[in-house]
Design a protein around this ligand. Structure first.
Ligand code: GRF
Length: 213
């Protein structure tokens, strides 16, 4: 594996299939990024087991074990910082991170709906309840808000007659895993620029805010 590869710290709260997709992609040294640590807000989840099977170090910070939310936020940020990430990937991490993580790291979040529609913890359920015929997934640069950061990539998924939250989410996740892997790889290999809310992958000139890992 190339030592030049961008360092990814991935945060999870559940089954970790998006994490697995990143772990699998990292096995190819041309991918340009590798998972160096996995953090979680709870014990006993498959996401942590996936990391352990891959030999990737893990850390867990449970909110109830901290005096308050600010203390938990500091502990999570310290856990992340210990692995010196180039990018922090929120891959089904079901808590809102505040400072210092939001100001210290470049964070990428994946969401199972076409933002800005249906942000929050129940994007699939909310889209289905609204009756949309097309939903999808969105990769954003996370900010301090709830699914409010600039959009990097999106892909549509049709809603089928008879879909339940579970069937629709599983179909979205097939697309979501591929989109997350593609997008993280491109961010790592090509860099990006942000102008207002518009994210462009790659370097087209001497943009002062161009990020290159
Ligand atoms: C993904 O759909 C993610 O967008 C959402 O929760 C799901 C996590 O799936 N927030 P997994 O844990 O990666 O399998």
């Amino acid at each position: 594996m190339s030592s030049q590869a961008a360092r990814l710290v991935v945060l999870v709260s559940g089954s970790g299939t998006n994490l697995q997709a990143l772990l699998d992609a990292s096995a190819d040294e041309t991918y340009g990024a590798r998972v160096v640590a996995v953090g979680a807000d709870r014990h006993g989840i498959e996401g942590l087991a996936r990391a352990e099977r891959a030999g990737v170090p893990t850390f867990v910070e449970r909110l109830p074990e901290h005096e308050d939310r600010a203390a938990w936020d500091r502990a999570v940020a310290a856990g992340i910082a210990g692995h010196q990430p180039d990018l922090v990937i929120l891959a089904g991490f079901m808590k809102i991170l505040g400072e210092p993580s939001t100001t210290s790291f470049t964070m990428v979040n994946t969401h199972p709906a076409l933002l800005p529609s249906f942000p929050g913890a129940h994007g699939v359920r909310d889209a289905l309840a609204y009756g949309v015929r097309v939903t999808g997934c969105t990769v954003i640069l996370a900010d301090a808000g709830v699914d409010s950061g600039p959009i990097v990539a999106q892909e549509a998924v049709p809603v089928l007659d008879g879909d339940t939250e579970e069937t629709l989410h599983e179909r979205i996740k097939v697309v979501e895993r591929r989109l997350l892997v593609e997008t993280v790889g491109r961010l790592a290999r090509e860099g990006w620029t942000v102008t207002g809310r518009t994210v462009r992958l790659g370097r087209s000139g001497d943009e002062p805010d161009c990020r290159k890992i």
